[in-house]
Design a protein around this ligand. Structure first.
Ligand SMILES: CC(C)(COP(=O)(O)OP(=O)(O)OC[C@H]1O[C@@H](n2cnc3c(N)ncnc32)[C@H](O)[C@@H]1OP(=O)(O)O)[C@@H](O)C(=O)NCCC(=O)NCCS
Length: 167
């Protein structure tokens, strides 16, 4: 399956003042395990007590990844991983990151939440990781919903494509 890769240079996006419209929507980024522990009940609700949750917590301990999410009434409704300085599929720089495994709760889809979550994540990165140079995001050729999100975020046309084989 063909995968589209998009790139946003953070120098081109100086505006980091993003604030969600509704008071009950809280965007957050967990950069380490202590950030995540504060939201452990919400994370357990999202992932269950699962190997996926354990892997996420381990990634936060190692600090090579961060986790962004959008919370409504203590429920994580949209989230994803931020991976710093490395990618298994294409070259990225040490000062770049990849936003990946974007996910919205099925009953909350089509309400703009993935777009809002990633937009506030990028704003948070600009403030808290000032040395970051670029954000990459990728999706498959048949994921029209995700392509719509990426377009609305202002990533523009794909920067690169590659064939990803199903594992
Ligand atoms: C892709 C995904 C993250 C989008 O989350 P979301 O919260 O619904 O995103 P948004 O509401 O911000 O935007 C989605 C847009 O795509 C549209 N859309 C969704 N599926 C679509 C489809 N098959 N064809 C056309 N448009 C589609 C939605 O209607 C919406 O557009 P609109 O606001 O103009 O109506 C969510 O569908 C999801 O979690 N999917 C499963 C995991 C996945 O595919 N992740 C991406 C991997 S890179």
């Amino acid at each position: 399956m063909l995968q589209f890769v998009y790139k946003m240079n953070l120098n081109d996006k100086p505006n980091s003042n993003f604030s969600p419209q509704a008071d009950d929507i809280k965007p957050d980024v967990f950069y380490n395990i202590f950030d995540a522990i504060k939201y452990l009940p919400s994370l357990i609700k999202r992932f269950g007590v699962s190997s996926e949750l354990l892997k996420l917590l381990l990634k936060l301990v190692l600090k090579r990844d961060a986790f962004y999410c959008l919370i409504i009434n203590k429920k994580i409704v949209s989230d994803g991983l931020i991976t710093f300085g490395r990618c298994n599929y294409y070259d990225v720089g040490k000062q770049d990151c990849i936003i990946g495994t974007v996910y919205s709760e099925p009953s909350y889809r089509g309400k703009g939440l993935a777009t809002t979550a990633i937009q506030s994540c990028i704003s948070n990165l600009i403030v808290n990781r000032p040395l970051l140079e670029a954000v990459y995001i990728d999706t498959s050729e048949n994921n029209i919903g995700m392509q719509k999100v990426i377009d609305r975020l202002g990533f523009g046309q794909p920067f690169h494509t590659y064939e990803r084989h199903q594992s």
